[in-house]
Structures are given as C-alpha cells and as structure tokens.
Write a protein that binds this ligand. Structure first.
Ligand code: SF4
Ligand code: FES
Length: 259
C-alpha cells in the first residue's frame, strides 16, 4: 500500500505546530499503524530528518501508552481497538491519513504526537488506591465478593488510562476515566472504607487539572478501546452525591472528614 500522511509536527511544547505531508510507501496491509510509522521514521532517519515522536510501549493493547487521533477519530476507525492494535488492512491503497495528537488543554503537547498525560496520574494519586493492607493473594481471595459486583469491578478495571475519552469529548472531559477508576475500587469490599473520600478527592483533582464537565455526548465511550460504559459516570455521580451528603451530615454534627 502507498499512503499519504498528514502528520502533526511540533518541535516542543512552546513551538507552534503544523501538519506535514509525508509519504508511506510499500506498507504491508498486515502491518500495524505503529509499524507503518516505524517505517516512515526509518526513511526520515536515512534522509537525515527528524523522526516523528509518538508514544508506545506494549503494542499489545494493554498498557494505554499509545494514542493517536487518526482522521479525527481517537485510536482510528476500528472500534474497541487501541492505535497499536489497529492494522493497515483497515485502510485502502492511496488513502490520505491525517495523524494528530490528543488535543486537550489538560494534555499539553510535548513533541509531535506525544502529549503529557500526567494529569491522569495526579487524579489516581488523589484517591485511586486502597491504603489498608489486603494481605497476600490467598487472603484477598478469602474475602467474599458477590459475582455481579466482581464482574462490574472488572469491567471498570479494564480502563488502560489511554486518554482517548478526553481527546474525543468536545468538553475534554475526563469523567469516563475517573469514573472507571473510582468505580472499580468502590464496587469491592476492600474499597469501602475510603469510598467517600476517594470520589470527592478524585473529582476535585479532575476539576483542578482543567478537564471539562460531562454533558452526556457519549463520544468517550464510543472511542474507548476497552468499551468502558457511561453507566460508570452515573455511578460516580451517585457516589459523589452520597459522599457530599455524608460529609454535610458529619460537619453539622461536628465532624470534619469524609472518609
Ligand atoms: S475510559 Fe477508555 S478511553 Fe478513557 S482512559 Fe480508560 S480505556 Fe482509555
Ligand atoms: S502501546 Fe500499549 S496499549 Fe498501545
């Protein structure tokens, strides 16, 4: 396959960016999208030019490191598929493909297609953990968990933190990511002691990072490679309301904490 790429090139966070036209020649249909970019980069290096910077790690759809806006769609045209698992057979010989980074104020561009997603790390640091020791694996397995709660928690835990939900949302909202991370802990018995504190702190951090609010558009879930359901956003909103009521009750009776 011979393709024409329009790739976002940006020297660093302070420089202005632009779309650069590059040719990708002799691409196998079974190559992945990132392998296609590798071949383009090899050519650029041979020609003494700067290769395209892009994020990747596992290339197996499990780490959440990759993520490109391909023809305006986060992770490209194949549903439930990360950029690294997208293959060139989903494109046609002669296609023109526009490749851009995630665009959101809270994800500043570092170089070319690489953005800074550390805002997600800070949301997790704010409360996405269980501080009590749950013991070794056999001890943890001794805690009974209802099957439906375990299944739902696993669904939420499938989030790989790629950021496609933010990139696709016209509000650049991080509600789907935050909701998945709040819910997978809040559904389990081990997550109960910090449930109220967790949702309040994580939502506060999400707002502080500059992500927008959710207006139920649904683009987040549509592009999510792990098909995280928007039901988790509703679940997080319920948790937040409950935590707020609990915090209010405690403060009127002289308490201060929410945990
Ligand atoms: S919710 Fe989906 S799109 Fe958003 S970070 Fe998690 S895996 Fe990526
Ligand atoms: S590189 Fe790990 S999910 Fe794509």
């Amino acid at each position: 396959m011979d393709l024409t790429l329009r790739v976002w090139r940006q020297k660093d966070a302070r420089s202005a960016g632009r779309l650069e036209t590059l040719e990708a020649r002799g691409i196998e249909p079974d190559a992945s999208f990132l392998e296609m970019l590798d071949l383009v980069n090899e050519r650029l290096i041979v020609d003494g030019k700067e290769p395209i910077a892009f994020d990747h790690d596992c290339r197996e759809g499990i780490c959440g490191t990759c993520g490109l806006m391909i023809n305006g769609v986060a992770h490209g045209p194949q549903p439930a598929t990360t950029t690294c698992q997208l293959h060139m057979r989903h494109f046609k010989d002669g296609d023109e493909i526009t490749v851009e980074p995630w665009r959101a104020q809270a994800f500043p561009i570092l170089k070319d297609l690489v953005v800074d997603r550390s805002a997600f790390d800070r949301i997790i640091q704010a409360g996405g953990f269980i501080s009590a020791s749950t013991g070794s694996a056999p001890d943890a397995n001794a805690i009974p968990v209802p099957k439906d709660a375990a299944d739902l928690a696993m669904d939420a835990a499938a989030c790989i933190g790629c950021g496609a939900c933010v990139a696709a949302c016209p509000n650049a909202s991080a509600m789907l990511f935050t909701a998945a991370k709040v819910s997978h802990l809040g559904l389990l018995p081990q997550g109960q002691p910090e449930r109220n504190m967790r949702v309040i702190r994580m939502v506060e951090q999400m707002d502080a990072e500059g992500f927008g609010g959710c207006t139920n558009i649904g683009e987040c879930s549509a592009v999510c490679p792990k098909e995280i359901s928007m039901d988790f956003i509703a679940q997080m909103n319920r948790d937040l309301l409950r935590a707020g009521l609990f915090a209010g009750r405690k403060s009127t009776s002289g308490g201060a904490g929410t945990g």
